[in-house]
Design a binder for this molecule. Structure first.
Ligand code: AMP
Length: 307
């Protein structure tokens, strides 16, 4: 089944202990669609500026991603600058320039009408909500956000949460959204805001899936997938979006969704996150193969297998 995704398509300037890259192709929707494209058909809704040229376009085309919904506007593309010099698990943001996203009015191409899966990747919650309202037929809706929107755009974000089946955010964002430092209590609170499942990403420590109505004292209603211990983390940017692409892409590729599908999706999410961080920007996802993904999935199984 096809996935429609809305989110940032951006240029990123990134500094990590491994070095620096200026204005490389990034954005939440970019990482998400590259990762999900290994599992299913992906269609993107976004806006880019005049700085987005054939080289950037070819990154999407090489993975067969439908870009009819990427609007080209006058001006500059979304720009983000961040560093990970003190903590590889959390970016320090130095600049966020919305540019053409500031006035974006998303339009959904008619050809996207039969997408059963909708992913609201990180972008202004007002835009996420508009796309959600314009796609009433979506059968499974998941989304992401970040501290930037939780802090200063909370009312709009709370409206988005009401329309989600699954929310994927990191642990700091979960605590921030709930206003509670205890992760399990915070997760329980977030699950009263709309989504029936919450995936909390823990950076290099993996991710936890929480289900709605966790009975007190029965936290086994959650499921934890590890992250692969990696020798080298070159650039953590996009790990969360790549996790989401692997997770949601795998679900969209299944004819039936069982509790086991969601558990396997957590592992595919971790697999895609682990590849994304190996090189700067989207470099590793661009040259990845399905064989490498399946091989790493088997490594993940071995990592956690008891008998
Ligand atoms: P992550 O998976 O959390 O590392 O996401 C990194 C991507 O998010 C980068 O490629 C940025 O371009 C993008 N990004 C950063 N800030 C924002 C924002 N406020 N809204 C949307 N996308 C953003």
């Amino acid at each position: 089944m096809a996935i429609t995704v809305v989110g940032s398509v951006a240029f990123d300037s990134i500094e990590t202990p491994a070095g620096r890259r200026d204005r490389c192709l990034g954005g939440a929707a970019t990482y998400f669609s590259l990762a999900a494209s290994f599992f299913t058909d992906v269609r993107v809704i976004a806006v880019v500026g005049e700085d987005f040229g054939p080289a950037e376009q070819s990154v999407f085309e090489a993975r067969g991603i439908d870009t009819q919904g990427i609007e080209h506007a006058d001006g500059k593309s979304f720009f983000w600058e961040g560093s990970y010099l003190e903590n590889l698990n959390e970016a320090k943001t130095h600049a966020t320039e919305l540019n053409v996203f500031g006035t974006f009015d998303p339009k959904i191409p008619p050809a996207y009408g039969d997408s059963d899966f909708l992913f609201l990747a990180n972008i202004d919650p007002v835009l996420q909500r508009r796309v959600r309202q314009a796609t009433p037929n979506a059968k499974l809706v998941a989304g992401d956000t970040m501290n930037y929107w939780i802090k200063d755009h909370k009312p709009a974000l709370l409206e988005v949460l009401k329309g989600l089946d699954i929310l994927l955010i990191n642990d700091t964002e979960t605590r921030m959204l709930a206003g509670n430092p205890n992760l399990v209590q915070a997760a329980r609170h977030v699950l009263t805001l709309g989504p029936r499942m919450l995936v909390v990403k823990h950076g290099e420590y993996g991710a936890t899936l929480f289900h709605k109505s966790i009975p007190k004292g029965q936290e086994s209603e959650s499921f934890r997938a590890p992250a692969l211990p990696l020798d080298e983390v070159t650039d953590p940017t996009g790990a969360g979006d790549s996790f989401a692409g692997g997770f949601f892409g795998y679900l969209a590729s299944q004819s039936e969704l069982t509790p086991g599908s969601f558990r396997r999706a957590m592992f595919y999410g971790s697999v895609m996150g682990s590849f994304a961080v190996e090189r700067f920007g989207t470099e590793r996802l661009q040259e990845l193969t399905r064989e490498e993904i399946d091989h790493r999935f088997r490594l993940f199984r071995e990592l956690t297998h008891l008998d």
